[in-house]
Design a protein around this ligand. Structure first.
Ligand code: P6P
Length: 327
């Protein structure tokens, strides 16, 4: 018999206090929005959703039509859930807040509606990333303190990778579980439970064109991997779509890294809706996620769009960067 993601969340709620009925209702809003996005992506070449909107988003990036659609889908599906106090999107300068009491508006959802969307026009995997935080009981009207919590406070995190198949991966802090969208029934069906990242992999994943601009320790680290100093030969894999590069790292092990560069000394990837949710998943799968100096999940955010250096993957590879390959 199949297990859908809704059934899985309901089963989880018997085990964990967090996944109350409102929580599973909340996650169903996310899965509904991703099914709407998937339907648009599947026929992107046939309908008028490819290409740019002719406008830029808060990141100053050329907004793709599907970015806008995905953002609207998530805002619509989640805004209707009365357990949501605020929505924070990569596409929007400011959070969308709802005037809901502390008792009903219990959650903050942070998301990147369509990461890597510039890849759509060349038919490369893209993804949706989400993170769920609990609203703090303090009477913080602007919800700012509830939004800017360190990653270790997340109650759930996940992503959907839209590729040859559409796969949802999520955690509520009780293991990492994967579901494949079955288009014949329109449901995410459980395909892997309690996923664990290999202790060491054979891929490293980085945009090497930036190497001259990295801090020296990152250049030395990648040279170590190339030289087989960790006891094995590595292959390089870089799709340029974070969710796809992360998903391969989760399944096959190894390391994905986006180091600081001279142009972006704070890193390129976003803390709240890229690094934190993926770091939560990585640690739940016995992997690690670091800035290259400290644990991603311990960072105290100061802004909703702040960036961070990001190194994520198997313990062996991440520790080799943190402690030197021999230690
Ligand atoms: P670069 C896509 O634009 C993205 O935000 C991530 O999905 C991806 O990992 C990264 O940027 C790629 O950046 O500088 O290597 O093109």
């Amino acid at each position: 018999m199949i297990t859908t993601v809704q059934q899985h969340i309901l089963q989880q709620q018997q085990e964990i206090s967090e996944a109350s009925g409102t929580f599973s209702w909340l996650l169903s809003g996310i899965t509904l929005a991703t099914k709407m996005v998937e339907a648009k992506i599947r026929t992107a070449g046939l309908n008028d959703v490819l290409g740019a909107m002719g406008q830029t988003n808060v990141q100053g990036e050329q907004q793709q039509k599907l970015d806008v659609y995905a953002n609207q889908a998530l805002l619509h599906c989640l805004g209707l859930r009365d357990s949501v106090a605020a929505l924070v999107s990569e596409e929007d300068e400011e959070p969308v807040t709802f005037d809901r009491s502390v008792e009903s508006g219990k959650y903050i959802i942070v998301f990147d509606p369509l990461d890597g969307s510039s890849n759509i026009d060349v038919n490369v995997n893209v993804g949706t990333i989400f993170s769920v935080l609990r609203r703090l009981p303090s009477a913080d009207a602007g919800l700012q303190a509830s939004i800017l919590q360190p990653g270790y406070a997340q109650v759930a995190a996940g992503y959907v990778v839209y590729g040859p198949s559409t796969v949802l991966v999520y955690t509520t802090g009780h293991g990492v579980h994967a579901f494949t969208l079955d288009p014949t029934i329109g449901a995410y069906v459980l395909t892997k439970e309690h996923m664990k990242m290999p202790q060491q992999g054979s891929y490293y994943s980085v945009n090497e064109s930036n190497a001259a601009a990295w801090p020296e320790e990152f250049r030395e680290y990648v040279a170590l991997l190339r030289a087989g100093a960790l006891g094995r030969q590595y292959s390089s894999r870089y799709i340029g779509s974070l969710v796809a590069d992360f998903h391969r790292t989760l399944l096959k092990g190894g390391v994905f890294l986006y180091p600081p560069t001279r142009e972006q000394p704070g890193g390129k990837l976003r803390l709240l809706y890229e690094a934190n949710p993926l770091a939560f998943i990585a640690e739940q799968a016995d992997g690690m996620a670091s800035t290259g100096k400290g644990r991603i999940l311990d960072i105290k955010p100061h802004g909703i769009h702040q960036r961070t250096p990001f190194v994520v993957g198997s313990k062996r590879e991440v520790e080799a960067l943190l402690y030197g390959q021999g230690k």
